[in-house]
Design a protein around this ligand. Sequence first.
Ligand SMILES: NC(=O)c1ccc[n+]([C@@H]2O[C@H](COP(=O)([O-])OP(=O)(O)OC[C@H]3O[C@@H](n4cnc5c(N)ncnc54)[C@H](O)[C@@H]3O)[C@@H](O)[C@H]2O)c1
Length: 251
Amino acid sequence: MEIERKIAVVTGAARGIGRATAVALAEAGARAVVLLDLRAELAGETADLVRAEGAEPLALDTDVSDLASLRSSLDETARRFGALHILHNNAAIGEGATDWPEVPAERAGAIVDVNLRGVILGTRLALDPMKRSGGGAIVNTASGAAFAPLPPQAVYAATKAGVVHFTKSCASLVQSHGVRVSCICPGLVDTEMVRESGPEGRPAPWLQSVIDAVQLLTPRDIAHRVLELVRDPDGAGRVLSVENRARGTER
Ligand SMILES: NC(=O)c1ccc[n+]([C@@H]2O[C@H](COP(=O)([O-])OP(=O)(O)OC[C@H]3O[C@@H](n4cnc5c(N)ncnc54)[C@H](O)[C@@H]3O)[C@@H](O)[C@H]2O)c1
C-alpha cells in the first residue's frame, strides 16, 4: 500500500520505535498519523515531530489492553479523518526490573494483556474500518525474542511468539477484508525499553553482555522496515526479522 495521503495509527507512539514509525509515516506523505499511548506528554512531543513533517497528528490517551479505550480511539480516528488505512500495533511492556519468575503475577498478566491481547484487539477493531476504506495494512511488532527461549523475560518472549503466530494466522484477511497483516521481529534496538530494563533505570544485568556484543539497531532502522512491510503487496502473513550485527563488523 502506498503511504501518501493515507490515515495511519501507531500504538506506543510516545517514544522509541513507535515514535520513529510515526515520524517516518509522516515523512512518507501520510495525511494523518494518530498516536495512541499512555504517556500523554511524550505523545505530544511525537505529535510536534509528525506535524513538522507535514502530516496532521492526533494524540489520544489510550490503553491498548483496554477494549473500551482502544475502541474509542479507533472510532475517533474514523470520525475525524473518515478512513483508516495503516495500523502499527507496536505498544508493549516487558518484565521490567524483576525477572521471571519473580515478576509479580499482576505484571505477568499485564504483559499478556498489552503485548498479545492489545495486538489482537487492535487488529480486530481495525478490520471493518479498513475494509470500508478500501483495504489496509497492519504491522505488528513482535521480536527476535519470539524465536529463542529467554528465561528472564519468559512472559514477554511468549507474547512475542504469540504475535508471530497470530500474524501468520491473519494472512487470509487479505482475501476477506483487503487487509494485509504482517509483523516485524527486531533484534536489540537502542530505546528506553532496553536502556532502562534493569534496576535503577539501567540495562538488566543479563542484557548487558548482549548489548556489549552487538551493534544496537536504531528506532529509525526499524521504522523503515515497518514502512517496507506496509508497502509490500505480498506482505500478508510476512514475518520480517531485523537482526543485529556483531560488534566489530561495522561496514
Ligand atoms: N527495544 C528493543 O530492543 C526491542 C526489540 C524487539 C522488539 N521490540 C518491540 O518494539 C516495540 C516498541 O518497543 P520500544 O523499544 O520502542 O519500547 P518503549 O518502552 O521505548 O516504548 C513503548 C511505548 O509503548 C507504550 N505503552 C506501554 N503500554 C501501553 C499501553 N497499555 N497502551 C498504550 N501504550 C502503551 C509506552 O508508553 C511507550 O511509549 C515493542 O513491541 C517491543 O516489544 C523492542
